[in-house]
Design a protein around this ligand. Structure first.
Ligand code: 2GW
Ligand code: MN
Length: 298
């Protein structure tokens, strides 16, 4: 298949926009051992990025699911904050997957922003809502999104943008460090340990624990990521196994086998109830509050 591809253009070199020189607060956490940048506040040069993308403009997609009560509680505020902070001055298409058009909130969007709404079926079990996302996303990218955008992010809806979330996050395949585990060695993170699951990662293996609430990349790469994860999830279903953190376990396996080309610091998906350490400077996106009583037990 042929995806809408980035135009013929000079590559933006890492050394032009990214400062890999480590300071004391980041220790050795700015570049991975496979040479992918780990983007923190103060590691990127915004004006270099802005100049480059003014010359070679891109369109960025943001896919979000809002089903059942998540549609009522989260979608409006998520979109309002995204309109304000996500890819400011860039062309953005929001792809909203919901189960009831009549609950779509009214959002005033800025110039260069548009939204497309799609109806999906309500899943039977809550675990399936998040897992079915991989399949639905891959189908939509294949059918239309790859001809509409250059880059695409997939995000949980129970989050809020708090500061500019911009061009520094664009890359071939982009993974998000999980707030709870980013300082932990791979031996201690909650990868799937059941050998009969497709998401299995052996003890001592793995690089980082990634949060499935944010991932992205070029449309081509995100198609690959979601297709592979959906396939693995279906295989597990057939074998009657379910990975401990559902789609997140499969995403971690995928990024273990196909390492991401860029990693985002926990500032790009922070839990405000965690104590902020000096490495967390500008928080760009935060988890929204979760009332499990209201959201899940019904
Ligand atoms: C999910 C769980 C239980 C009850 C409802 C739902 C649910 C999720 C729902 O009723 N409607 C809905 O639209 N969702 C979508 O799935 C929504 O976009 C939500 O943000 C996303 C993931 O569910 P969430 O946010 O409740 O899961 P978390 O915050 O515990 O997320 C992590 O783990 C998940 C797997 O268990 C996913 O991997 C997720 O990406 C992770 O952030
Ligand atoms: Mn979530």
């Amino acid at each position: 298949y042929q995806c809408w591809s980035l135009k013929d253009q000079p590559e933006l070199r890492l050394s032009d926009w990214f400062n890999a020189t480590t300071d004391s607060t980041h220790m050795d956490m700015r570049v991975t051992n496979w040479s992918a940048p780990i983007v923190w506040t103060d590691t990127y040069n915004e004006s270099v990025l802005a100049d480059y993308y003014t010359k070679y403009p891109v369109t960025v997609g943001l896919i979000v699911f809002a089903v059942g009560r998540y549609l009522l509680y989260y979608l409006g505020r998520f979109l309002e904050s995204a309109n304000r902070f996500f890819m400011v001055n860039q062309k953005v298409i929001f792809y909203i997957m919901l189960d009831d058009f009549s609950h779509m909130p009214w959002i005033d969007l800025d110039r260069h922003r548009t939204l497309k709404i799609f109806k999906i079926k309500q899943a039977r079990r809550w675990q399936d809502v998040s897992m079915i996302r991989m399949k639905v996303i891959s189908e939509h990218i294949e059918e239309h999104i790859r001809r509409e955008v250059d880059y695409v992010f997939c995000m949980d809806v129970d989050q809020l943008f708090k500061a500019e979330y911009g061009l520094e996050t664009l890359g071939d395949s982009v993974a998000q460090l999980h707030t709870y585990w980013y300082k932990e060695s791979p031996g201690k993170v909650p990868y799937e340990r059941n050998e009969s699951s497709e998401a299995y990662i052996a003890a001592g293996e793995g690089d980082f624990y990634y949060h499935a609430a944010v991932f992205g990349g070029t449309a081509t790469q995100v198609l690959r990521i979601t297709k592979e994860c959906a396939k693995a999830i279906m295989k597990d279903k057939k074998n009657n196994v379910e990975a401990v953190w559902h789609d997140e376990s499969h995403l971690n396996k995928y990024f273990f086998l196909h390492r991401p080309s860029k990693i985002l610091s926990p500032e790009y998906c922070w839990d405000l109830s965690q104590n902020k350490t000096p490495d967390i400077k500008t928080v760009k996106l935060v988890w929204n509050f979760k009332n499990y009583e209201l959201l899940r037990n019904h």
